[in-house]
Unconditional design. Sequence first.
Length: 388
Amino acid sequence: MAKGSRRTATGRDAGSAPLRYQRIVAKFGTNVLTAGTDRLDIEVIRHLVGQVATLHAQSADVIVVTSGAIAAGRYLLRDRRERKDMPYKQVLAAVGQSDLMQTYREIFSHHGITIAQTLLTRRDLADRQGYLNARNTLLAMLELRVVPVINENDVVAVDEIEGAKIGDNDNLSALVANLVDADLLVLLTDTGGLHTADPRRDPSAQLIERVDRIDSRIEALAGGAFEGPGVGGMATKLQAARLAVGGGADTIIAAGGEPDVLVRLAAGEPIGTLFPATVTRMESRKRWMLAGLSVKGSIVVDSGAAKVLREARRSLLPAGVQDVRGPFQRGEAVAVLDSDGRRIACGIANYASEEIMRIRGLRSDRIEETLGHHYGSEVVHRDNLVLL
């Protein structure tokens, strides 16, 4: 065996199969993490983390969206009452979240991987500045080779605990996939994919291996939420798949207990149910910037900056800015113009128009002393920039 390689559970050398996907969002459901019991199953989590570590060693970016906090809290409090009032469930989430993260931290540390707890709500992503902050933070984590471990902030996110179809971790994982431009979203469950019927009730249920279009017939197959301690069911997974494929990410629903399921899926092995992306990531990004958001203003750059943007695909720094035409706020879409007034790019501004006017022509290390705050060295980050 080559130095530095290791065997996965299926016996293959980790890293022997080239990866088809390089940025992966993996959602671990409560039923997977508890293995059908009333507590977190450490061996299951260890196996899942080991797969993330294998992909991490192959230079893939992996983001984990995890459920399980409420189940962990209920076990820790040894409380088997079926109370449904909101404060009680929020207490369970608060108690269980620390235990859940401690478990992840200890297991990831055995692989030499640093993780970062990230709690999000839909409100965070609905606000334009919150969206930009979350995106920039997650991308910075990936650049530093930190694995984000994301959960809905159950202590304040009432919709998620109530079981509303908007706010569950399935849909959160799809939002995250779009947020970071993931090329694969994996929804791990205990049913192994979308079937012609609920396989736990109908032994004749057949796995549907590929769904090119989520229509009324497919939605009817999902039915209601399957029973179990988790919030989401197959219906919410279809909602998540529709959101993710429209953002340019292939989506797969697969069994969390399948050996090396994440590694095999990342290599392109057919497991579970595949929902192929309906657009490319670039098409989705352009559509979001150019149509989904109206351009609020423009930034005029000098010839040097224009050349760097066109040829090197770098971020736009304040040193290259000549003028600003606004007004616009941080997080809004802007056009980037060359000195002749030609539109060369479109992007999301890291600073408001008034702030950019104050820092134009300056080195990035002078942003904070000039403004009194610092949102990054870039006026428009390259990951938020589309060349035209």
